[in-house]
Design a protein around this ligand. Structure first.
Ligand SMILES: NC(=O)c1ccc[n+]([C@@H]2O[C@H](COP(=O)([O-])OP(=O)(O)OC[C@H]3O[C@@H](n4cnc5c(N)ncnc54)[C@H](O)[C@@H]3O)[C@@H](O)[C@H]2O)c1
Length: 427
């Protein structure tokens, strides 16, 4: 099969960067590709644990990677196994992941089971000497996340999480611009993710309801926080290059009163030490505004999901337009009441600039997986990637605590790592 793996040079070209140095400062995990030429003839043996909807999506990239053999699959639901075998027909099938982990020839696993089952499987995989790619959110509790991260450190096995935006060329490029000060001081990040749908899956028989619709029940999911906020909070802290210390929020079930236990309507405010704020809002009964991470600097705004940025001051329009603008301005200036006290702050009509031309089709998932494969082959953990995944989940779990307890929650010292502005007491 012809290689579809993106080369480092193509990758750099794709995101419009001449040199890796600039990019590595904002996104150091890209160093995963630094040996891509040397590993050309190498292969790794991977197993997929939980090849459900996401697991099979990940497999669809892995089966095209000539450096990967998918040698084993494990699921407790036969329809998932049947579907996964169409992608990897040679794979050995297991119903118990512990048996799969006994196969010493397996280098790494991809864990895509429901959230409440991630931790034990990941811990056992690390102990069995496997490298681990675990879907986000990584753990169901903060303590689970901390134990997973510690195990990664102690066993020195590779640890990747399903934060694909870390490898999305639009995000990588615009983060470099943000960190270079292009948009000035970032004083707020507004994130939101709206949908119009019940999030339910059809269930072949009633006793499978909680197994198949695990996202809707508190025993296995923390709803919109762990499923959606996890991505956007990571983007906010990536832009700000620091971590918030507190969060407050409110959650409710306001529309989908169908027996679900997780909220369908959430607002959270994350607070940084100097008062800068990052918000997350989500409703799943209206999708008009879709999803975005609005990164607000005093010189400009970034909307990476849309793939655009906007400067506060638009360069002067040429010729005739400039004349009309000047005429309009002088007219307003001549009206005695004119001024910001009555003029509405109407939304900016500025159409902005594309970060990378029209929106690319890939969302970073294929490159994230390619980077995991490189790391499994070289045995080198790229800097910051495990910590980014850890804090992405920790912040959404912190937000979840604020929703449940109805009060301001501070980030517990015992779960801090030496990362960005957080300093660990226990590590
Ligand atoms: N990164 C992303 O953008 C993204 C997107 C979607 C889902 N996810 C994550 O992927 C994970 C899976 O989500 P999904 O939508 O694919 O769920 P899913 O229900 O479609 O798939 C989960 C699979 O795990 C299987 N499973 C359950 N318990 C198991 C066990 N003990 N051993 C082996 N298999 C087991 C289920 O039978 C099912 O086939 C979740 O953590 C979710 O948050 C990430």
């Amino acid at each position: 099969m012809k290689s579809k793996t993106i080369s480092r040079r193509d990758f750099l070209k794709n995101i419009g960067m001449a040199s890796a140095g600039v990019m590595l400062a904002a996104s150091p995990w890209l160093s995963a590709f630094s040996e891509i030429v040397h590993t050309k003839g190498d292969k790794c043996r991977l197993a997929i644990i939980g090849p459900g909807s996401r697991g099979r999506f990940l497999m669809s990239f892995l089966v095209k990677n000539p450096k990967v053999d998918i040698v084993a699959l494990c699921d407790i639901y036969q329809p998932s196994i049947d579907e996964a075998l169409t992608l990897a027909p040679q794979a050995k099938v297991y119903n118990d992941y512990r048996k799969l982990l006994e196969d010493r020839s397996i280098d790494g696993v991809v864990i895509a089971v429901p959230l409440n089952k991630h931790c034990q499987i990941a811990l056992d995989a690390f102990d069995a000497g496997k490298h681990v790619f675990c879907e986000k959110a990584i753990g169901y509790t903060m303590d689970e996340c901390f134990r997973m991260y510690r195990k990664h450190i102690d066993t020195r096995q590779i640890f990747f999480t399903g934060q694909q935006r870390l490898f999305d060329p639009r995000y990588i490029k615009v983060m470099e611009m943000i960190h270079a000060g292009t948009f000035g001081d970032i004083n707020a990040v507004h994130t939101f993710w709206n949908r119009n749908g019940d999030w339910r899956r059809p269930v072949p028989s009633p006793e499978l309801e909680r197994q198949i619709n695990w996202r809707l029940y508190k025993e296995s999911s923390k709803g919109l926080m762990t499923e959606l906020a996890c991505h956007q909070l990571q983007v906010g802290t990536w832009a700000l290059q620091r971590l918030p210390n507190k969060v407050m929020g409110q959650g409710a079930i306001t529309f989908w009163k169908d027996g679900r236990e997780v909220y369908d309507n959430i607002s959270c405010i994350y607070i940084f030490d100097d008062g800068v704020k990052m918000t997350f809002d989500s409703v799943i009964s209206n999708k008009f505004y879709g999803l975005e991470e609005q990164i607000l600097g005093n010189l400009g705004t970034v909307e990476p999901e849309k793939g655009k940025y906007y400067f506060e001051t638009i360069p002067p329009a040429p010729g005739f337009l400039q004349m009309i603008n000047e005429w309009e301005n002088s007219l307003f200036e001549s009206i005695p009441f004119a001024g910001t006290s009555w003029a509405p702050e109407s939304a900016n009509e500025n159409k902005g600039e594309y970060i990378l031309g029209e929106r690319p089709k890939s969302d970073g998932t294929s490159l994230l997986l390619a980077a995991y494969v490189e790391a499994v082959i070289t045995g080198k953990q790229p800097p910051h990637i495990a910590e980014e995944g850890y804090y992405a989940t920790m912040l959404c779990l912190l937000g979840h605590e604020a929703l449940e307890q109805g009060r301001i929650i501070s980030f517990p010292d015992e779960y801090k790592l030496n990362y960005l502005n957080h300093q660990a007491k226990s590590l």
